[in-house]
Design a protein around this ligand. Sequence first.
Ligand SMILES: [Ca+2]
Ligand SMILES: [Ca+2]
Length: 566
Amino acid sequence: MDLFLSLLSFLLHLFSVNCDTDPDAFVDVKVDRYFMPTRCPREVQSEDFVRYHFNGTLQADGKKFDSSHDRSTAIVSQVGSGNLLTGLDRGLQGMCVNERRHIFVPPHLAFGTVGAGGVIPPNATLVYDVLLLDIWSTDDTVQIRTLYKPEKCVRASATSDFVRYHYNGTLLTGQAFDSSHRRNATYDTYLGQGELIPGMEEGLLGMCVGERRVVIVPPFLGYGENVSGTTVPPQATLVYEVLMIDVFNSKDNVTITATDVPEHCSRRTKTGDFIRYHYNGTFQDGTPFDSSYRRNSTYNTYIGLGYVIRGMDQALQGLCCGEKRRVVIPPHLAYGESGVENLIPSWTVLVFDIHVIDFHNPKDSVEIRTVLKPPNCKETSEANDWIQYRYNCSLMDGTLLYSSEQYDSPSVTTLGVNAVISGLETGLSGMCVGERREVVIPPHWAHGENGASGVPGSAVLLFELELVKLQKGVPDGFMFVWLDDGGPDPLFPAMDLNGDKQVPLEEFSEFIKLQVQEGKGRLRPGVDQESIIRDMFYNQDSNRDGKILEEEVQLKDDTVPQRDEF
Ligand SMILES: [Ca+2]
Ligand SMILES: [Ca+2]
């Protein structure tokens, strides 16, 4: 029976009887449009192809003579080509997809006085209950409707590009057949290499990242007769709503756009330099995936030595301190097919907005720029000197870390005793009073890769220095030195100012101060003079009786030269 009905249906629809040529007969087809969809972008016209379901009954007794529903296969035919029953051909005109109508076909536009196959009696009026599923014509092309186009088109897709996009696929009826969203993964493919149906190859061209379009593909540019999966019927118009996520070409290189270059740039990064930079990382559609700002810590790396993705190694070349760049890295120079788990999908273009905080080379020495040199610069600072100085210490991006302004008076230190970081020691050496300098200190002469309180690891420091006071010093371990010829000889009579053959503390102190005053000797600067002199006195007064006698001094002369002494 099924076989018979199928055969009959085949005959009915492909070789319908066209026995009546009376034009008035057409008016006799009655149409009842009992369900209309809210939207009807297209109505069936002559020569359109249609796909539809129907139930066919006899008007007389309601008896079903055929049904495409029963076979679960919709009818595909061309309207107005003589392939359909004349009455049906007429009755399908003007129909919309998803419309349901009853088409009443009088016998002279159906099987006439003869009937058909014992199923259609003579003079039968047929009632077709039709649901239209699809319309297309051989003149159709791929239709593209842009739903959203970003103001700035980062990049438009072209033949041989690799694209990643999301889509919802529906039939003209709105019935969904596929969705990348449901799989939660973009569809990734090359364009122009025959991996897609022809309609999509065309519909995806010229799309910007972030653009959203509807692409309507007629069946002959889609899957045609070949059913794709189980949800796309043969000869189906396909409606894709596409969101372009990513576009690149395997020939792409890194794209670098300088967004902010400092006016003064005396030096640019090169291979082997160590850089500290901040970055925001996004995908091409603007979705963020990583940010150093969020971690509140710069990204630190060597340049050009393969510590970072290849594209970044390239993009970090030739940068100025403080420069901002936008860097677009195609996936073959980034994370490629593997991506980064839970962070970066396969074949993803990465966009980095980077900001260089500082960079240096491990071979860098301390860089000293003289800002102001007083005209009379004879005496300059060196090891052992006691100095007073003003300073500002900042990072290369201008962030002030420390300043002597934070204290009541300028800082003091003795050079050469490792009281300050070695780069600052260098920077403070060779200065005369009133001189001002800018000193750039690489981390290996500052706080190293671990940094210090308030100083980030591997940070280059900028010191602005001004020497306020300078007191020449004495060698390490000494409290007093003779400046000319090693002091009076013999010493004791010179010390014994009143000639009573003994030198108590008061007399000793007066003697030493006299030497300093007359420029013959120098006390260790930066420490309380009275206590130095007292220490010196006690060192001479070997028997601790409160006075130095001639023997005590002479005794000293026999010993090995001592520090802290004459
Ligand atoms: Ca005396
Ligand atoms: Ca004594």
